[in-house]
Design a protein around this ligand. Structure first.
Ligand code: ZN
Ligand code: ZN
Length: 69
């Protein structure tokens, strides 16, 4: 069995394959769309277990499937 990549909907309800990357500020796992890396999903309350900075912007004000303004 092959594991499918995670998919999520952006704000326009379009589905995207996700590519994980580490938040540059705290190192937690964020995702961007495989077809447009400007569309980002940040982890919000899904803190990394080790040494996470819970005050990082990706937790306090997470972006979810939004293009930057
Ligand atoms: Zn962060
Ligand atoms: Zn974090």
């Amino acid at each position: 069995m092959t594991e499918l990549p995670p998919r999520r909907r952006d704000e326009e309800s379009e589905w995207h394959d996700l590519v994980p990357f580490a938040c540059p500020d705290c190192g937690c796992t964020c995702f961007h769309a495989a077809d447009d890396e400007r569309i980002v999903w940040e982890p919000g309350r899904a803190w990394a277990e080790s040494g996470a900075d819970r005050d990082c912007h990706c937790h306090t004000a997470p972006v979810e499937g939004r293009l930057p303004a």
